[in-house]
Design a protein around this ligand. Structure first.
Ligand code: C2E
Ligand code: MG
Ligand code: MG
Length: 319
């Protein structure tokens, strides 16, 4: 118990044995350390024995880790923006900011490769701030050049949600960038909400007071507890790509998708389908009342200049 709150502690253990894994103290400890990191990667609260091939993996990882530390300072991170399209008007309703790492040797690295490392090392706090600031700047610039509000969605990872003062940093960044708070949507995942229920309710409520909206990302892959949907003051649901990928052919996923849309509407939530790639998927979603779609069918994530051009085209043609 700390200051009246209950905290749970778990242990991750790495094991290396003498003389199989090494015959000096330093190497034994180093190998135990590597095995311990593997135990954390595998979900924590467990043990792992050292295996020689972990070393290869860990050297690669160390290189990524130290590169990532410098990536923010060296301006190697970039945001791409993927349009979210309104089904009824056919117009762009907003953009989702997706981070990439422009690595000097390895080229463009997707977020799946480094967000987890950023999380484990705590670097996610500074990366997350940079993402939020850059996305808010883009929102401000777009609204100015187009003359109409443009929504921007920003992903938050679990660690950002738990450590640091997220509310303070969101508030500060909105003020500093001139971003229209009512156009900012923060995307969080189900598991994040479920692991920190009390904090989640408090934070989401405070975001709403700022005018910022909150979406549940990758909906349907986590707990999918319907009770929390009612309790949390969220604005929208993004149906996970895994359900969309084989509709309308797969009867189960088609039924699940339909059910999510109906349920969200009953709860007065906006529904967005992710990963829409084909006309068949698009038609199915439109016929079942899905509000917005996002996916390669309309556009891949684009570098800022191209995203700006697409926005201008969408707003000028159809306004
Ligand atoms: P997400 O938030 O669910 O983002 C959607 C992902 O699906 C993006 O991958 C996007 O490129 C991809 N996608 C969009 N449409 C299609 C489609 O039609 N077909 C297919 N196959 N894929 C599609 P990306 O950019 O690689 O991002 C992956 C994940 O990394 C994101 O999933 C998000 O969870 C995380 N992420 C991205 N940027 C950030 C960030 O700034 N902060 C944090 N914490 N996480 C981020
Ligand atoms: Mg997202
Ligand atoms: Mg998603």
């Amino acid at each position: 118990m700390l200051a009246g709150k209950e905290y749970h502690v778990s242990a991750s253990i790495g094991v290396s044995t003498y003389p199989d894994d090494a015959d000096d103290v330093q190497t034994l400890l180093k190998n135990a350390d590597i095995a311990m990191y593997r135990a954390k990667e595998q979900g924590r609260n467990m043990f792992q024995f050292y295996a020689a091939q972990m070393n290869v993996h860990s050297v690669e990882r160390l290189a990524l880790e130290s590169g990532l530390r410098r990536a923010v300072e060296r301006n190697e991170l970039v945001l791409h923006y993927q349009p979210v399209v309104d089904m009824r008007s056919g117009r762009i309703a907003g953009m989702e900011a997706l981070v990439r790492w422009q690595h000097p040797e390895k080229g463009l690295i997707p977020p799946d490769t480094f967000i987890q490392i950023a999380e484990e090392t705590g670097l996610i706090v500074s990366i997350g701030e940079w993402v939020l600031r850059t996305a808010c700047e883009a929102q401000h610039a777009w609204e100015k050049s187009i003359g109409q509000p443009v929504r921007i969605a920003v992903n938050l990872s679990p660690r950002q949600f738990v450590i640091g003062d997220l509310l303070k940093s969101v508030t500060r960044i909105i003020h500093q960038t001139g971003c229209n708070a009512s156009c900012l949507e923060l995307e969080i995942t189900e598991s994040l909400v479920m692991h920190n229920r009390e904090r989640a309710v408090a934070l989401i409520t405070q975001f709403k007071e700022l005018g910022v909206s909150v979406a549940i990302d990758d909906f349907g892959t986590g707990y999918s507890s319907l009770a929390y949907l009612k309790r949390f003051p969220i604005d929208s649901l993004k149906i996970d790509r895994s359900f969309i990928v084989d509709i309308p052919g797969d009867a189960d996923n088609a039924a699940i998708t339909q059910a999510i849309i109906a349920m969200a509407h009953n709860l007065k939530l906006r529904v967005i389908a992710e990963g829409v790639e084909t006309l068949e998927q698009f038609t199915f979603l439109r016929d079942h009342g899905c509000d917005e779609i996002q996916g390669f069918y309309f556009s891949r994530p684009l570098p800022e200049a191209q995203a700006t051009a697409l926005l201008q085209k969408s707003f000028l043609n159809k306004s």
